[in-house]
Design a binder for this molecule. Structure first.
Ligand SMILES: C[S@@+](CC[C@H](N)C(=O)[O-])C[C@H]1O[C@@H](n2cnc3c(N)ncnc32)[C@H](O)[C@@H]1O
Length: 262
């Protein structure tokens, strides 16, 4: 395993236990509908869901665009693409596509919307990826990006210094762990007009965020970027805090919508 390419390698090859965890983490939730609102999705739209993962969001989008529309999921993980294809059996308005680099296998000006949810932090060349998204959008079409920024995480009772150390150790899993704060200038730089940019956060006090922390613990363990005992102890502290009521987790999402000029 090469530490310099791990940010992409860990998506190309995914261990079985992570597949199970992601199936649970990436389920479609009705509360996500509100996060999609600025994209102004309509029946009949052709939508690319870039980095579609197991395909739950793409399937929800297929319901939104109806039979006159079409959704194209695309991902670098072949297992996600085949599982998602299986999951979409019988649906005529959705297909899934395997990517091997930043080139999108779609015609120029063929998409009304391009969505990218929690993906741009992993791409090897963000400028090349945004240029491809710009290419496939029709004039007047929109890109809608949701992403984290791992410098904005709150975990109690860890405190800020510990959170920073933990997420710095986990940053081997990301090409750009601070993508959230960089989205607006990057998207503008790609020639798109930013229409809205927000940060959305909810407070988790019941332990939902533990799956994110355990996932990070797994990344940290690949190169032991933090002492294993310290990393394990932190996870145990967070788990115990859920029980004693001192736990709190917040992972804000940056949501940016931008239009391709007509
Ligand atoms: C955190 S998951 C998000 C999945 C999905 N968008 C969701 O929110 O449910 C990140 C996804 O991006 C994909 N991915 C990572 N690097 C990619 C790249 N360079 N091009 C396309 N997809 C990529 C991964 O395989 C994975 O499915």
């Amino acid at each position: 395993m090469d530490i310099d390419t791990y940010f992409t390698d860990h998506w190309v090859e995914i261990e079985e236990d992570r597949i199970d965890r992601y199936e649970r983490m990436f389920q479609w939730r009705e509360s996500q509908r509100q996060q999609l609102a600025p994209a102004l999705i309509e029946p009949g739209h052709r939508i690319l869901d870039f980095g579609c993962g197991p395909g739950f969001l793409a399937l929800a989008l297929a319901d939104m665009v109806g039979e006159e529309g079409r959704v194209y999921g695309a991902d670098i993980n072949a297992r996600f693409v085949s599982d998602a294809t299986q999951r979409a059996t019988g649906k005529g308005n959705i297909s899934f596509h395997h990517l091997s680099d930043h080139i999108l296998p779609f015609d120029t000006e063929s998409m009304d919307r391009v969505l990218a949810k929690n993906v741009l932090e992993y791409v090897p060349d963000i400028h090349a990826t945004l240029a491809e998204m710009h290419r496939v959008l029709v004039p007047g079409g929109r890109i809608h990006v949701l992403d984290s920024d791992w410098g904005f995480v709150v975990v109690e009772p860890w405190g800020k210094a510990v959170v920073d150390r933990f997420f710095k150790a986990a940053s081997v899993a990301f090409k750009e762990p601070h993508i959230g704060r960089k989205l607006v200038p990057l998207i503008r730089g790609a020639g798109l007009e930013v229409e809205s940019a927000t940060i959305e956060a909810s407070l988790d006090t019941t332990g939902g965020g533990l799956s994110v922390l355990r996932n990070m613990r797994k990344y940290i363990g690949v190169f032991d970027t933090l002492k294993p005992e310290e990393a394990d102890e932190l996870i145990e502290t967070a788990e115990q805090a859920v029980v004693d009521g001192s736990y709190l987790f917040a992972l804000p999402q940056f949501v940016v919508t931008a239009k391709k000029p007509t």
